[in-house]
Write a protein that binds this ligand. Sequence first.
Ligand code: ADP
Ligand code: ZN
Length: 804
Amino acid sequence: MTERFAQVALPLPLASSYTYRIPETLGDRVVPGARVVVPVRRRELIGIVTEGDAAPPAAAARDVLAAPDPETAIPGGLLETARWIARYYGAPIGLTLKCMLPGGMWGESQVVASLVRGARRPGGLAGEVMEWLERRGGDAPVSTAVRALKRPMWDVLGRLARVGAVSLRVEPPDTEAAALTERVATLAGDQPTLLERDALFRRSPRQRRLYEVLEQLGGSALVRHVTGRLGFSAAVLRALEQRGLVRIGRAERMRDPFAECSGVPPPSSLTPAQRDALRTIQALGPGEGALLFGVTGSGKTLVYLEAVRRVLAAGRGAIVLVPEIGLTPQAVSRFRGAFGDQVAVLHSALSDGERADAWRLLRRGERRVAVGARSAIFAPLPALGMIVLDEEHEASYKNGETPRYHARDVAAVRARIEGAVLVLGSATPSLEAMALAERKLRLLRLPERIGARPLPPVELVDLRVAPKVSGTGAVAWSEALDAAIVGTLARREQALLLLNRRGFAAFLQCPDCGEVWQCPRCSISLTVHTAPPGLRCHYCGHEDSLPATCRACGHPVQQMRGFGTQQVERLLAERYPEARLARMDLDTTSTKWSHQRILGAVETGEVDLLLGTQMIAKGLDFPNVTLVGVVDADTGLYLPDFRSAERTFQLLAQVAGRAGRGPKGGRVLVQTRHPAHHALVWAAAHDAEGFLRQERALRESPPYPPATALVNLLVSGTEENDVGRRAAEVAEWCDGLMAKYELPVTVLGPAPCPLARIKDRWRWHVLLKGPSETLGRVVRYAASRLARARDVRVVIDRDPVSLL
Ligand code: ADP
Ligand code: ZN
């Protein structure tokens, strides 16, 4: 009898696979995709079998202890997708599975044994265990049983499970009860007057700040938010509590707004263009795909809905991916309206336990439509018939940590493996998707808005010459935009105003010596904020108080430069005092569901002017919005990244698409100092094809995707010299590799990244350009040679979306 071994992946930081011996009794259950209990040092953890027939290890292997599930946890297609990701991106399989499987399903989770009623009771240890379980009320974690009976237990429980005397199930570690309530800080007692405040807080300005921030937040806030994003120390909060000024209590965790999201029935008939698109999608064979290129408001969603409906009718399931920010109640209601409780919504605010529940429902086929952001691509549907990826151009489809997968590419691979159909949709497709449409995808167009509504006219306002309103501080405010807002308010219509920069001012500078306040940990200037007041780093969250004098020369005044949403908000409040305002950016949406609350208020007409960052550009469908104003179109235009023009075009086209979606029509005003830039010119003409053609030509020389594939090797560490030296070694290693094997790859760098330091880590990179297949080989080789973490880390980012 030869011994068999299994490779088992665990959700640990150094998650390569470990080899274990398979005991004979578990032989049939230890197969790829199955969950198993294995010993790891002195603990027992739950892992996933990645290989059921592994080579024997050099050293002696420990035994697999148990295999609690009657069938595999990870379906075959998903496991194969995981293997592709690990190989393509050069990532460890353990980390890949970690982003597929909810934390509550493996790792630290525990196996619970329950007595099956009426089962026959044998003698010996088995009988003892059953009796003990009975005394415990029928079920208990296996680890508790081991401790109580002081005997190894897995073997016996495994046998009892097989004869149906007990059942085994995996449960998340015991954190659920704590997660159900959250700590909330609430102001207590009467509000002190300003005079009283001066006395009260004379020696504790931080306490006063926190007190006033809580006031601004409506009197209460989650403790997590106060000590997290707002950056107050727990000590300041405790001091306020001890002085009786703040009460800390527990509140029920906020409800999941999607749980109760009611459905909106879809339009009852398709337009001819929608029908054509649907017909083509239906004719696609397994593994094939289409790109639905439809202008904003052309009714892409109804095409998805009808395509998914047919998949369900054929007895299969579908995954619908939307960008995290597009996962709004409005979007969810459309899917609920069509498919009712077939829909499982996977969103980032679910707890581990809730996520594990949704996972199980999908795995068992009790829900057949998974709607969610990036990671919903891993929904474990047993018979996957379709994957829809809406707004496929969104950068958020790329994962920011290992494995650095792109959901669009994973979707294509998974669809091929499982014989599903892939549908990508966008009004502003990425150059990559358009390139795919030349070879692999069917290109479908919806060139007109529903009801033949015209796209809103877009006017570029040249800030260098346009007449401006005076007295608006750092904010350039054209008379054209001013008049448009006044008109919109007078007609009781709504306006969206986009400014893709949060905070009050971009930075603080000494007018005398020119010193700019920089983050001490990142190479970026600190942004000036007013609510709460302070200097904040938008990369690491570092905070300083607003200084009165220059730290370099002592000059007594400090000047604010540039402007952000907080400053525009103040301007709007002063200039249009009768308008009801809302602001939506990272600072106003950091608490759970605040996002949804703000959009809800716009939808019900409680808001006249909605000001926001890119968050307001996506997917909103409000018919009473007749004006879109872009306060400064140039914020992202000249970032040192080859996609900066593409991103600017997409943002402008998307936000312009929010105007004139109802019968009243609409218009768009774009303030800029670069009205001749091709991104702006084509956006103003609503001509995505024109933009794509010109941008595609620009990517030929020097070559950038899709004209070539890219790999970014990012070298980082805390010692500047070490990082530079390591980057030079990495580049040299690459040069050597290309020369030795005569590979057609260009090695660029080493060079410091445009953001040369983030969170105390210095950053250099080496960029590889060449054919994708060749880069794939390099990545696999590099993963085994370069990525070993010591003081200096080398991250391999294949198909990077950002080179900052
Ligand atoms: P897109 O996603 O392409 O921007 P939507 O799917 O949001 O466009 O559709 C825009 C609007 O048109 C929505 O309010 C939608 O309900 C409506 N709509 C879509 N298809 C039809 C149709 N066939 N008949 C009537 N209204 C429709
Ligand atoms: Zn910083």
